[in-house]
Design a protein around this ligand. Structure first.
Ligand code: SDX
Length: 394
C-alpha cells in the first residue's frame, strides 16, 4: 500500500510506466491531479495554476504563480517567419493539420537552444510550448478565415488573450467576455492531463528517444486528432447535428449497437472509465448555466444531448458494457456557444493537453533512469522458414 492507494503488484508490473502526475480510478470515476480532486481544481483554481501544479507537483505560492505566469506571458509571440508557413496551407486546411506542422516547426527555431540535459532549458521549452499554443491555434483559425493574425496582448489572462487573438479584428474594438474567459479556463483545467492516454503516451515515447520536445508534442497533436481520442469532441457535435431531433435518437442508438455498423456513439465509452467520467459530470452540470450567462440559447443541442444520454444510459447494451459520457460529450456545446467552430474543437483540446504533455515530458527526461520506450509484442506470424526462389513459387 502506498499511502491512500493500494497497488496490485501485478498491475504495477504490467503498467507501461510510472508517473506521479495524475491518478485515475476508472471503476469509481476518480481523477486527481497531483492528489487534488479535479472537482476542487475546476471550481477553485485557474488553468495556469493547475499547469504549475502538474509541472512541478505542488500548488504555487503567490510569488511562484506570478513568476510562472510572467514566464508564460513572455513567450506568447511566434516568429514572424511562421506566417509564410501558414501561407503554405490552403485556406480550408483542417486546423489540426496546421497545428501538427507549425508546432513541429518550432523545433527548427529552437533546435540549437534546447539542451534537454539542462533543467533551465527543459523548463523553458515547456513554458514556450504552453505559451505559444494559443497563439498558433488562433493563427490557424485566422488563416482559415482570411483575417489578419492578432498579436498576443500580455496584459490579458491566458484564456482572455486566446479569445482576443481568435475573435478580434483590426477594424473593431474587442472586449473579452469574462463569462467566456472563465468557462474556457475551466474547460482547459478539465482537459489538462489524463495519465497515459494515447497522445500523452505518444509524447513520452517520442521524447524517450531524445527527440526535441516541440517535435514530440507535434507527435502528440497527431495522435490526439483521431476521432477515437481528442477528435471525438468534433465528432460529437457533428453527430448531434446529424441526429437533429429527439425522435431520431432510437435510430442512432440502434446503429451504435449494431456490430456491422461502424457508427459509434461519439463522446460515449472510455478505455479506463467504466463509470461516469468525472470531467463530463462537471461540464454537464455547468452547461445550462454557461449557456444562460453567454446568452447563447443553443439549448436545443444541449437538450438533445441530455436526452441522448438518458436513452443510452437506460439501454442494456450501454449499461452492461459500462459505457458512459466521457469528457468529449458536452464540451462542444460550450465551445459552440463561445463561437468556436467545430473544426477547432480538437485544437482546443490540444491547447489544454499541452500542459499534460510537457508535464509528462519533463517528468520523463528529468528521470536519471530514463530508458528509450520500446513496447514489446506478442508475435502471431509464421515460424522460421527458408526463402523460395521466384520460379519455385506456386
Ligand atoms: C478521450 O485515454 C484517455 O484518457 C482519453 C481521454 C483523455 O482525456 O485523454 O479521456 C480523451 O479520448 C475520450 C474518448 C473519446 N472517444 C470517443 O468518445 C469515441 C467513441 N468511443 C469509442 O470509440 C470507445 O468507447 C473508445 C475508443 C473510447 C474506447 O474503446 P474500447 O476500449 O474498445 O471500449 P470498450 O472496450 O469499453 O468497448 C466495450 C464494448 C465493445 O463492444 P463488444 O465488443 O463488447 O460488443 O463497448 C462497445 C465496443 O464496441 N463500445 C461502444 C462504444 N464504445 C465502446 N459501442 C457503441 N458506442 C460507443 N461509443
Amino acid at each position: 500500500a502506498l499511502g491512500y492507494f493500494t497497488f496490485d503488484p501485478g498491475f504495477v508490473a504490467t503498467a507501461s510506466c510510472r508517473s506521479a502526475i495524475t491518478y485515475i480510478d476508472g471503476e469509481e470515476g476518480v481523477l486527481l491531479y497531483r492528489g487534488y480532486p479535479i472537482e476542487q481544481l475546476a471550481e477553485q483554481s485557474t488553468f495556469l495554476e493547475v499547469a504549475y501544479l502538474l509541472l512541478y507537483g505542488e500548488l504555487p505560492t503567490a510569488e511562484e504563480l506570478a513568476a510562472f505566469e510572467r514566464s508564460i506571458t513572455n513567450h506568447t509571440m511566434i516568429n514572424e517567419s511562421l506566417k509564410s508557413f501558414f501561407n503554405g496551407f490552403h485556406y480550408d486546411a483542417h486546423p489540426m493539420a496546421m497545428m501538427c506542422g507549425v508546432v513541429g516547426s518550432l523545433s527548427a527555431f529552437y533546435y540549437n537552444h534546447t539542451d534537454i540535459n539542462d533543467p533551465a532549458d527543459r523548463d523553458l521549452a515547456a513554458h514556450r510550448l504552453i505559451a505559444k499554443m494559443p497563439t498558433i491555434a488562433a493563427a490557424c483559425y485566422k488563416h482559415g478565415k482570411g483575417e489578419p493574425f492578432v498579436y498576443p496582448d500580455n496584459r490579458l489572462s491566458y484564456t482572455g488573450n486566446f479569445l482576443r487573438m481568435m475573435f478580434a479584428i483590426p477594424s473593431e474594438p474587442y472586449e473579452v467576455d469574462p463569462v467566456a474567459e472563465r468557462a474556457l479556463d475551466v474547460l482547459f483545467i478539465l482537459h489538462a492531463d489524463h495519465e497515459q492516454n494515447a497522445s500523452t503516451s505518444t509524447v513520452r515515447l517520442a521524447g524517450s528517444t531524445g527527440a526535441h520536445p516541440y517535435a514530440s508534442v507535434a507527435a502528440g497533436i497527431a495522435a490526439l486528432w483521431g476521432p477515437a481520442h481528442g477528435g471525438a469532441n468534433e465528432a460529437v457535435l457533428r453527430m448531434l447535428e446529424e441526429i437533429g431531433h429527439p425522435d431520431n435518437i432510437p435510430k442512432y442508438i440502434a446503429k451504435a449497437k449494431d456490430k456491422d455498423d461502424p457508427f459509434r456513439l461519439m463522446g460515449f465509452g472510455h478505455r479506463v472509465y467504466k463509470n461516469y467520467d468525472p470531467r463530463a459530470k462537471i461540464i454537464r452540470r455547468h452547461c445550462y448555466e454557461v449557456l444562460e450567462k453567454l446568452g447563447k440559447r443553443n439549448e436545443a443541442l444541449l437538450d438533445l444531448a441530455m436526452r441522448l444520454e438518458e436513452v443510452a444510459l437506460s439501454d442494456e447494451y450501454f449499461i452492461e458494457r459500462k459505457l458512459y459520457p466521457n469528457v468529449d460529450f458536452y464540451t462542444g456545446i460550450i465551445y459552440k456557444a463561445l463561437g468556436i467552430p467545430t473544426n477547432m474543437f480538437t485544437v482546443m483540446f490540444a491547447i489544454a493537453r499541452t500542459v499534460g504533455w510537457v508535464a509528462h515530458w519533463l517528468e520523463m527526461v528529468s528521470d536519471p533512469e530514463l530508458r528509450i520506450g520500446r513496447p514489446r509484442q506478442l508475435y502471431t506470424g509464421p515460424a522460421r522458414r527458408d526463402y523460395v526462389a521466384l520460379d519455385q513459387r506456386g
